[in-house]
Design a protein around this ligand. Structure first.
Ligand code: PRX
Length: 580
């Protein structure tokens, strides 16, 4: 990839000084203990994410500072100071406790980005229980699989979203309560169904955050792999150390900032960087419930005077597509620093934003499993467009070969990281063997292919597995194939990511039909609807192609790589294991 350094003003002429001024020095003197000492710890001992994000600010100088500026999808506006936010979270903790939620229990949130989503998250953490965020566009099968695997005790949702998935109830005997937030639509309580206003509304706003051990579980995010259903990557309270540190040094958050992370808490960016990093740093954070719209997004930046903005390549490419005239109609002068994550950020997007917004997007890299940013283009460093940047202090990534041996700069291999940073996941829920399989020769294997240049910048090459990245969200082909083969017409299905100029990849399914079914347009549409109804539009295939049969290995495994090579018109590679 071409190396085009972006010219930036000298560090001391930037509007707000970056927290990380000397990358080399900071790396040399880095200590996680120093960061830990910048946090408070629960007064009774231990570490709790909710205490670091809310309680310590609610008690201190930031008590009346806005923590959350919320704008609803219908234009509603609410502001919560750190003290108000802490009180709402206390009420949620008392409410959940009245339902019998105890330390270690799993409370899942199937909510849009409404304030109650954030109150639930922090109320749950205050109790020492574990949050499981679900993306609000999921369908019933996607929700059921995640609730069943995690053994969730409580689901907090809305009447609208619950009516979409309620058929799953009888399959989830461990799910004791469904709490409905009736902010927009009324509902009746019923068998196991309780109302937020009744359970939480009348509670005391006093609650003493539980003294959790740093190694107690706090958050689990379901993420996709090549095989099997999604796995719950479980994180502990100690993760707040990495989230706080990267909030300070990569997001470069200062007290005067208004920060906006566009990600949904159903995905890890929306929790690590939509909640933990900004609030542990005491920053004011904008939460916008609505979806993408170029005009709306620029208007929000103008209206709330957003200074630090964290978004994703697909959104940036959509902004590019919407044209250069729209940003010109808005005053975007508040912006001082912009970042991107989740998929490769093409160099043109960096050059575009430098030209149109006057600021280049700073790409950074991490994963659900890593819990926090590990590689970044820092505010104080020269950006290399197309590169993910350099390692965070205290992080040691490497490019290794198939035997786990370090490879020289410039060569492509598996991106691996030496384990041991505080935000690293601690297990895959109910799947320790899979967790163990992610380590080799003292390295954590990320599943990405990459190379490092002579100056220590990392460059993403692709995934080492069949996981699909659509608009920055990972989709496991198996989850989609399992739903397709439930349709009576489908004999077998193979699912791949098909390159897309905006979303990076879209989900494409190859389907072989059972005898007696006709491969026509009507059936194709029916299969798309069938998968959407079960999985939600984000996971379901966008495209379906009928094929007479699927290429399989002699042991019967569908060769997705071959399907992909054929789709792209690439050489088919090693087909020696293909069945005759
Ligand atoms: O393949 C990499 C891609 O997204 C994966 C992680 O996705 P997920 O676990 O959903 O976490 C999302 C939060 C970042 C990675 O293994 N990815 C992430 N960031 C980048 C990236 N690919 C290229 N460039 C990036 N900056």
């Amino acid at each position: 990839m071409e190396y085009v350094p972006i010219t930036k003003p000298p560090v001391d002429q930037m509007p707000v000084l970056p927290n990380l001024r000397d990358y080399g020095e900071t790396r040399r003197h880095w200590s996680w203990d120093t960061v830990r000492n910048e946090l408070d710890g629960v007064p009774g001992g231990g570490l709790n994410k909710a205490y670091e994000c809310l309680d310590r600010h609610a008690k201190g100088d930031r008590r009346d500072k806005p923590a959350m500026l919320w704008e609803g999808k219908n234009g509603e506006r609410e502001t919560y100071t750190f003290a108000e936010f802490a009180r709402e979270a206390n009420k949620a903790a008392n409410g959940l406790s009245s339902l019998g939620v105890e330390k270690g229990d799993r409370v899942f949130m199937f909510l849009e980005r409404i304030p109650e989503c954030y109150f639930t998250a922090f109320g749950t953490l205050k109790l020492g229980a574990v949050i499981g965020p679900l993306f609000s566009a999921f369908g019933p099968d996607a929700v059921k699989d995640r609730l069943a695997d995690s053994g969730a005790k409580v689901l907090v949702t809305t009447p609208e979203l619950w009516s979409r998935v309620k058929e799953i109830r009888s399959d989830l005997p461990g799910l004791e309560h469904i709490v409905l937030v009736t902010r927009r639509q009324q509902a009746e309580p019923g068998d196991g169904i309780v109302l937020w206003d009744e359970v939480v509304g009348s509670q005391s706003d006093d609650f003493e955050t539980v003294s959790t051990d740093p190694e107690n579980y706090s958050v689990m995010h379901y993420t996709s792999g090549t095989t099997g259903k999604p796995k719950g990557a479980a994180h502990v309270h100690n993760a707040i150390i990495g989230q706080y540190a990267t909030g300070k040094y990569v997001l470069d958050l200062h007290d005067e900032d208004v920060y906006w992370c566009t990600a949904d808490p159903g995905w890890v960016t929306g929790t690590s960087y939509g909640m933990f990093a900004p609030w542990s740093n005491g920053a004011t954070s904008l939460v916008y419930e609505g979806g993408f719209g170029a005009n709306t997004w620029y208007s929000l930046i103008e209206k709330y005077k957003v200074t630090v903005w964290y978004t994703a390549p697909t959104a940036i490419r959509m902004l590019m597509k919407a044209g250069d005239d729209i940003p010109k109609k808005h005053d975007l002068s508040s912006l001082r620093y912009t970042m991107s994550v989740g998929e490769p950020l093409n160099p043109e997007a960096v050059v575009w934003s430098e030209r149109v917004l006057g600021l280049p997007f700073h790409d950074n890299w991490w994963q659900t499993e890593t819990g926090c940013i590990l590689i970044a283009n820092y505010p104080a460093l020269e950006i290399r467009p197309g590169s993910m940047g350099r390692p965070f202090p205290g992080i040691e990534p490497g490019i290794i070969d198939e035997d786990g041996k370090l490879m020289p700069p410039g060569e492509e291999g598996n991106l691996a990281v030496r384990p041991g940073w505080p935000s690293m996941f601690r297990t895959y829920w109910n799947n320790k063997p899979l967790y163990d399989s992610r380590f080799q020769n003292g390295w954590y294997i990320t599943g990405d292919r990459a190379r490092m240049d002579a100056d220590g910048y990392f460059w993403f090459v692709g995934r080492a597995d069949d996981v699909i990245n659509t608009a920055g969200h990972l989709v496991g082909p198996f989850e989609v194939e399992s739903v397709l083969i439930e349709h009576p017409a489908v004999a077998e299905a193979g699912v791949i990511g098909k390159p897309d100029p905006v979303a990076m990849e879209v989900v494409k399914a190859f389907v072989a039909l059972k005898d007696g079914y006709e491969a026509d347009e009507k059936l194709r549409r029916e299969l798309i609807r069938f998968s959407r109804d079960r999985l939600g539009a984000m996971i379901a295939p966008r495209e379906i192609e009928f094929v007479p049969g699927l290429p399989k290995t002699r042991s019967g495994k569908i060769m997705r790589r071959l399907l992909k090579a054929r789709e792209l018109g690439l050489p088919e590679g090693d087909t020696s294991t293909l069945e005759d």
